[in-house]
Design a protein around this ligand. Structure first.
Ligand SMILES: *Cc1c(COP(=O)(O)O)cnc(C)c1O
Length: 456
């Protein structure tokens, strides 16, 4: 460790930004299980996937072996508009907690979409454009992914059709309008526009929707038009790949000061920010070069890693998507209204699921009132108003720092601060008014959902 004082923010120059994404699958002994064709039970081939995803993204999805994949120049140029993102030494938080721990966070909220999702949105839009497609369809839950994708599509002059989970469409009109500002069309889901939407509405009249429903609708809409493809903001191998830019930058910044983290923490919805942040560090661990402790943090209301099953499941409620082997709560699981909308997905990235299964990382779940307490404490000392999703990582990092205070250990903690929470002020309002509930699903509810897992 250098004796030089570490600055509050460690930036990289443009020249130091990563030129390649890092594909952690290349270093995994047990590769993530392949996507399966729901009709035949056979692994999805390149041809099977061509009606859904654009070609280059399928190659990335299926590539378990290429360690470094070049980031095309056009994408690197786009990244330069808002990257490198700062790596912040949380001196003020350390002071407030009176902890000997050294806390760093990688802040991904410095762009209009307000989260890390833009890192993959631009890549996916770029490959769709290069293939000569007219547009893309997608779902969005809390709205961050839809916002990121609409920004990427407007930059590349691609059409963008977003199915937005109905409860968010109604509760987050500002997010919706940001998407429309960037030219996207936004439909509340479930809708009457698709067959699967009509079916879900018939079965669950008045439902406020879920990510799983919106995915089904977006996939159907893309399939109905040969000039469109579907894109997904998390879970997939290709998304983990694009998000590796977070970890690569973080590692390059820490390396400048010879700082080696002991613990790396991220919130986990579908797993993309966590997978991206830990990627190069996990690579070192997998290759036996360095040891790190990785912690995934999920909401107690949607605990896919901590209470889910590792099994093949549908990625969507309408069961139109391929099956993925992952930690899942069941594709029919409807999480209770939770304010961390981006963490309400029933499944988890197959890559992270495999790494978790193999003991390379641990997972914890937190109740949302505690998470908001941590969010507020953080906002008051570090200035940034965090997204509820990100605040799960903040809370876990603060807990680890408090453990260090008890033991006197000077551990170095790195966590992912995935975004800002300006569009989540209704949630903050509920917290301030003492109206926030901590809902935890019962074992019986989860068992009922597991019973509907596909039998292979
Ligand atoms: C979407 C989102 C997440 C969760 O998604 P992952 O794919 O698990 O990273 C976390 N934080 C923010 C701010 C998000 O928008």
């Amino acid at each position: 460790m250098t004796t030089e004082k570490i600055p509050y923010k460690i930036y990289l120059s443009e020249d130091e930004m990563p030129q390649n994404w890092y594909n952690v699958r290349a270093d995994m002994k047990n590769k993530p299980a392949p996507l399966l064709n729901p009709a035949t039970g056979a692994p999805m081939t390149f041809e099977d996937l061509r009606s859904v995803f654009c070609d280059e993204l399928i190659r990335q999805e299926l590539d378990n072996n290429t360690r470094h994949i070049p980031i095309p120049q056009d994408i690197r140029d786009f990244y330069k508009m808002y990257r490198p993102s700062p790596l912040v030494r949380a001196y003020c938080l350390e002071e407030k907690l009176q902890t000997p721990a050294k806390i760093y966070y990688k802040f991904e909220g410095n762009n209009t979409s307000g989260s890390h999702k833009l890192n993959s949105a631009i890549a996916q839009a770029y490959y769709a454009k290069r293939q000569g497609l007219k547009g893309v369809t997608t779902e969005t839950g809390a709205g961050q992914w839809g916002t990121a994708l609409s920004m990427a599509c407007s930059y590349l002059d691609l059409d963008c059709k977003v199915y937005m989970v109905k409860v968010s469409y109604e509760q987050k009109p500002f997010r919706r309008e940001v998407m429309r500002t960037y030219g996207a069309s936004v439909t509340p889901s479930p809708s009457m526009e698709t067959e699967v939407g009509r079916k879900i509405l018939a079965e669950h009249p008045g439902t406020s929707g879920s990510l799983g429903c919106a995915i089904s609708e977006a996939v159907e809409a893309a399939g109905a038009n040969p000039d469109y493809r579907y894109v997904l903001g998390s879970v997939l191998n290709q998304v983990m790949l694009h998000q590796s830019v977070i970890g690569l930058e973080a590692k390059a910044a820490l390396d400048k000061y010879q700082v080696v983290p002991d613990i790396i923490i991220g919130c986990a919805g579908g797993g993309s920010n966590l997978g991206g942040l830990i990627a190069p560090f996990m690579g070192e661990k997998l290759r036996g070069e360095q040891d790190y402790q990785f912690i995934a943090v999920e909401p107690a209301s949607c605990p896919s890693l901590t209470r889910g099953r590792f099994a093949y499941d549908f990625c969507d409620t309408g069961k139109v998507c391929p099956l993925a082997k992952m930690y899942t709560l069941g594709s029919g699981f409807m999480p209770s209204a939770n304010h961390a909308g981006g963490l309400r997905y029933h499944g988890m990235s197959p890559i992270l699921s495999q790494l978790y299964q193999d003991g390379y990382m641990k997972a914890i779940s937190l109740e949302q009132t505690r998470v908001f307490q941590a969010a507020e404490e953080f906002a008051r000392v570090e200035g940034i108003l965090p997204a509820p999703e990100s605040s799960h990582a903040i809370c876990a990092a603060m807990d680890e720092a408090m453990k260090c205070k008890e033991t006197g250990e000077e551990k170095t903690i790195l966590f992912g601060l995935t975004g800002t929470g300006y569009f989540d002020m209704v949630a903050y309002e509920k917290f301030h008014n003492g109206e926030m509930a901590d809902y935890i699903p019962t074992d019986a509810e989860l068992e009922a959902s597991f019973a509907a897992l596909p039998k292979l």
